[in-house]
Design a protein around this ligand. Structure first.
Ligand code: ADP
Ligand code: ZN
Length: 717
């Protein structure tokens, strides 16, 4: 072979380097070996069969369960100049005939088919007469009854190995569960396959949990800071989905509702509009899931708490498949916990109720965590990490820490003493020396750990034990009443060899404040240029009848906005720009970039430096600015200057508009900021008195003026 796989990666797909397991996997498939890829969503599985398809003779047969997914993959390949097509029930017989012609002529590199189609006897016969490059089986867990998405039509795929013993198989899944994995290998008959298991961490997702207070206001203010970004808002009931979607629409957001109770056509319409960036926000029940392979979902909000950590992780995982910074925000309220509990307890399958309650408790534990969220999540899936992630609300603004080594030791040894057979509540009772009948019946009042923790309150113990779970010193067995057990990490703690540092609980108001501060979001590229590129992409995509991400990914646009290429040669350096796309779109995008750079050069002439600012502003404004920089609040500045607060607020607004660096929101109470922002999203930046309507009495004109000014400039980048 003269062309290397690195060359194909760059020229066809436009990427500069392989991700961790890709190169090795691709080399094996090219050599004709079987490969089994267990990689998280967005990990880059597709290239592992797409590149080999270009390096092996014959056509690669790709099995995929959903028509929408196939179509996107095919569109994306065509956009890169690769010859690919799909066969599914939506094609007319004439179209099918054309596909067969292409196959027979040997002009096709990849063919996507649904499993039931593939296994039809005359289709198999047709394949037998052709040269086949490989079988690639996407969503391979669908073959297993152990998996969460069993599809009977997948079971037939087990015959491929017997029918085509010489054709390599690439199986792919994002399912973590080891039982399912073994089953997939057995059923496909690919016992010799090299298995690649990539970690399940999604480092580009920022996890945040805030206490649910006024959920719609909180959602509104989150969304207001993310004007053009696409995202999903999950809510638990159909009714709530419809209410939230409607209120968002009334507030001027591009939003749509999606749940299983809607007619098929409507659901398809919403899904399609979302893929094409025509609808920005989908408010949905969990029914909106499978088939969302849109790579540029920038945020997933849980308006209500999900039922388990598994669902939470799967749902948040729909954000950021393209690897760009994305957010997972959950609103957490005790009311939801009660509702969920009642729903679960309504079932009459006692075993299921028990398991689901345990899972719910683990979810609550996560929401209340004081430890790094990512560590807690990964520990739940059995992946213990040594380090905090630096990219979650807890890491970004950690709670106070204290040395909990002694307490940890007490808790762990108590878990051990009760035989690792009891749940958290019982362990706490023993620690606190409860005189309950049950403790006495079990003779746990005679254990050495009985009463050794009576100086710590039950809720503090709960907190400590939760953190020990999240940090991986303890594990919880959901098939045995949530019984606590020790992990290997517990040993050194018991022996006093490791120090355990835990976080102190903090109150709700504080967390909201943190959420607000964090919501700003930092980007290392020019947002306005990105927006211009995105608009161009949307137009090209609509003209071609494909979703925008097929033209270029957000990651590619972001890199263009960062590096601002001025010539074709430079554009080709951008990850995601291959030769085919360069020919098709290069000129258009280069023009947008050049136009933007010229415009901003002109603008920057008019932007004021600190020196120029000093010359422009009046003496009285100068004085206000000085006091503002000393950290005084609004009434203090007003007092000091003997002026009204309204005057000072007007100064601050003008200073801000002139480009002075003043943090306007600092002068307004956090709760009011949220209320005003929500009002602005509904009403737009109107006059103060217009905005004043519909806001609580306590909100003053100064408050509105300051928040409006900050909001307006944020909207315009
Ligand atoms: P998966 O099928 O594992 O969910 P995909 O194959 O769809 O993931 O890849 C996710 C995203 O990552 C896509 O946008 C893809 O173009 C991008 N990608 C894959 N491999 C690379 C790479 N080596 N360099 C840059 N981007 C990549
Ligand atoms: Zn973290």
């Amino acid at each position: 072979m003269t062309v290397t796989i690195q060359h194909t990666l760059k020229t066809v797909f436009g990427f500069n380097e392989f991700r961790a397991p890709q190169q090795d996997a691709i080399e094996r498939v090219v050599a004709g070996e079987d490969v089994f890829l267990v990689m998280p969503t967005g990990g880059g599985k597709s290239l592992c069969y797409q590149i080999p398809a270009l390096h092996r003779n014959g056509v690669a047969i790709v099995v995929s369960p959903l028509i929408a997914l196939m179509k996107d993959q095919v569109d994306a390949l065509l956009a890169n100049g690769v010859s690919a097509t799909c066969l599914n029930s939506s094609l007319t017989s004439a179209e099918v005939g054309r596909v067969f012609q292409q196959m027979d002529a040997g002009n096709l590199d990849l063919l996507y088919v649904a499993p039931e189609r593939l296994m039809m006897p005359d289709f198999l016969e047709r394949l037998a007469s052709l040269k086949l490059a490989m079988f690639a089986i996407d969503e391979a867990h669908c073959i297993s009854q152990w998996g969460h998405d069993f599809r009977p039509e997948y079971t037939q795929l087990g015959r491929l190995r017997q029918l085509f013993p010489a054709v390599p198989v690439v199986a792919m899944t994002a399912t973590a569960d080891p039982e399912t994995r073994k089953d997939i290998i057995r059923q496909l008959g690919i016992e010799g396959a090299k298995v690649y298991v990539a970690g399940f961490d999604r480092p580009n997702i920022t996890y945040t949990v805030i206490p649910k207070q006024k959920p719609f206001v909180q959602l509104g203010s989150f969304l207001a800071g993310r004007r053009d970004e696409a995202g999903i808002v999950y809510a638990l009931s159909r009714k709530r989905v419809e209410q939230v979607a409607e209120r968002l629409q009334q507030a001027g957001f591009s939003a749509a509702a999606y749940h299983a109770g809607l007619p098929d056509v409507e659901r398809r319409r919403v899904q399609d509009a979302f893929r094409k960036d025509d609808v920005r926000i989908v408010v949905a029940t969990v029914a909106f899931g499978m088939g969302i392979d849109k790579p540029n979902v920038r945020f997933v909000v849980h308006y209500d708490m999900p039922k388990s950590v598994e669902s939470y992780y799967q749902e948040t995982g729909r954000a950021g498949r393209d690897g760009l910074p994305s957010e997972a925000l959950m609103l957490f309220g005790m009311g939801d916990v009660m509702t969920a509990r009642t729903l679960i307890e309504n079932s009459d399958n006692a075993e299921r109720v028990r398991i689901e309650i345990q899972k719910l408790n683990a979810m609550v534990g996560y929401a209340e965590a004081l430890t790094c969220r990512r560590r807690a999540l990964l520990a739940y899936f059995g992946d213990q990490r040594q380090n905090d992630c630096g990219n979650c609300d807890i890491c970004n603004d950690p709670p106070q820490r204290f040395d909990a080594s002694e307490q940890a030791k007490k808790a762990l040894s108590c878990v051990y003493r009760v035989g690792e057979r009891f749940g958290m509540m019982h362990v706490i009772e023993v620690l606190r020396g409860s005189k309950s009948q049950r403790v006495r019946d079990l003779k746990h009042d005679q254990l050495s750990t009985y009463g050794i923790g009576s100086d710590t309150s039950a809720s503090d113990w709960e907190n400590i034990i939760r953190q020990l779970l999240h940090l991986g010193y303890l594990a919880q067995d959901f098939t045995r009443y949530g019984a606590l057990g020790l992990t290997t990490a517990a040993r050194p703690v018991l022996k006093g060899e490791t120090q355990v540092v835990l976080g102190r609980p903090r109150d709700a108001a504080e967390t909201v404040e943190r959420g607000k501060k964090r919501a700003g979001g930092r980007k290392d590229y020019d947002q306005a240029l990105f927006d211009a590129l995105r608009a161009t992409r949307k137009k090209l995509a609509d003209d071609a009848g494909v979703p925008p991400f097929v033209v270029f990914s957000d990651a590619t646009l972001a890199e263009m906005a960062r590096s601002r290429p001025t010539a074709a040669r430079e554009l080709l350096q951008v990850s995601g720009v291959g030769e085919h796309k360069l020919r098709q779109y290069g000129k258009t995008f280069l023009e947008v970039i050049a136009g933007y750079c010229q415009e901003s050069a002109e603008k920057s002439v008019s932007r004021l430096s600190e020196k120029e600012l000093a010359l422009t502003i009046s003496d009285t404004q100068k004085e206000t600015l000085k006091l503002c920089r000393e950290g005084l609040d609004l009434s203090e500045i007003a007092d000091r200057r003997g002026l009204k607060s309204t005057t000072i607020a007007a100064h601050l607004e003008e200073l801000h508009n002139l480009g002075a660096d003043v943090d306007l929101l600092r002068f307004v109470d956090a709760e009011k900021v949220l209320q005003i922002q929500a009002r602005l999203t509904v009403a737009g930046p109107g006059s103060l008195s217009e905005l004043r309507e519909g806001l609580p009495e306590t909100v003053s004109y100064e408050d509105i003026r300051l928040v409006r000014a900050a909001w307006t400039s944020e909207q315009h980048g």
